[in-house]
Design a protein around this ligand. Structure first.
Ligand SMILES: NC(=O)c1ccc[n+]([C@@H]2O[C@H](COP(=O)([O-])OP(=O)(O)OC[C@H]3O[C@@H](n4cnc5c(N)ncnc54)[C@H](O)[C@@H]3O)[C@@H](O)[C@H]2O)c1
Length: 290
């Protein structure tokens, strides 16, 4: 195996099932010591059981790897800090963090209760913040780290009934875009995966009928594991669906310079040019202060 995690330590959140389980198993197969975190709740985030994470940790150990289970909710900063402290106490370092834990509370915006907004942002966005905040000083200190955010096409492009989820998922891209700069000089790279896979999260959706094989979560894992490796880029979004891997990014066009006395009427006159993305300026080497 070219890409090895021998001697490395990885935390995968929400790894008791679905995509996270596959990421954890593959990291374990490739030599990483793995913390399999999962609250073990229902799709909407309710309830909890340690057994999902325990079963995956056991499977890694049965395959000859090393793993422990952890049932912290990523929304609980103290519990996440305790997981990270325990990992460092046991294994001395943390090389990889996959922020994967997630829930759904889909509703059209008219019907969305604020509680469902907060619950979803709490798990995806604040949960990723909590885990990242706890591993960050360790990665900076050891001058090595790989962090993967799990974003979604719902955030990148929008999706009916997912205003809460989409906001959280694009928030993770904004989070990554800053960590990309702040981590670079410490060899701490942050990337994002936008998966499409048949899991309990998608099983009921139109288009996912008979998709278990076609959209197996195992087909997302190679891209995630690559982003966890020392060969990873920094600050990129890879989409993965059914064996196809492709990139997404945020672009800007060339636009028009209307000078220092630009008016609303000037905008009206030039609106087609301003909105025309065919003059794509490409992926700019974005700098924080431009
Ligand atoms: N399946 C897809 O097509 C798809 C598409 C885009 C993004 N995603 C994202 O991929 C990730 C994994 O989703 P999945 O499809 O495998 O669904 P899943 O429901 O099988 O996995 C999510 C896991 O996160 C765990 N979890 C939920 N809340 C948690 C918390 N507070 N703390 C710790 N663990 C928690 C759940 O118990 C579950 O095991 C999610 O972030 C999801 O939003 C999935």
């Amino acid at each position: 195996m070219n890409i090895s995690f021998e001697g490395q330590v990885a935390i995968v959140t929400g790894a008791g099932g679905g995509l996270g389980k596959q990421h954890a198993l593959e990291l374990g197969r490739r030599g990483a010591k793995v913390v399999v975190n999962d609250l073990g709740g229902a799709l909407d985030g309710s309830g909890g059981s340690a057994s999902a994470a325990e079963l995956v940790a056991q499977e890694i150990c049965d395959n000859g790897g090393t793993a422990v289970a952890n049932d912290a909710s990523v929304t609980d900063f103290e519990a996440v800090q305790a997981m990270v402290d325990e990992t460092v106490a046991n294994w001395g370092r943390i090389d990889v963090l996959v922020n994967n834990a997630g829930i759904l509370r889909d509703k059209t915006f008219s019907k969305l209760e604020l509680e469902n907004w907060h619950a979803v942002l709490d798990v995806h966005l604040t949960g990723s913040l909590n885990a990242t905040k706890c591993v960050w000083p360790i990665m900076v200190e050891q001058k090595y780290g790989r962090i993967v955010m799990t974003t979604s096409t719902s955030g990148l492009f929008g999706n009916f009934g997912q205003s809460n989820y989409g906001a959280a998922k694009l928030g993770l891209v904004g989070f990554m875009n800053t960590l990309r700069f702040e981590g670079a000089k410490y060899n701490v790279f942050t990337n994002a995966i936008a998966p499409i896979a048949a899991t309990r999260m998608t099983v009921e959706l139109p288009g996912f009928e008979d998709s278990a094989e076609r959209l197996a979560p195992e087909l997302v894992t190679p891209a995630v594991v690559f982003l966890c490796s020392d060969k990873a880029p920094n600050g990129r979004i890879i989409q993965a669906a059914g064996g196809r891997y492709y990139s997404a990014d945020i672009r800007e066009n060339v636009g028009v310079d209307l000078g220092l006395d630009a008016s609303v009427e000037d905008i009206e006159k030039n609106i087609d040019t301003i909105l025309d993305m065919s003059s794509n300026a490409g992926i700019l080497e974005r700098t924080p202060h431009r």
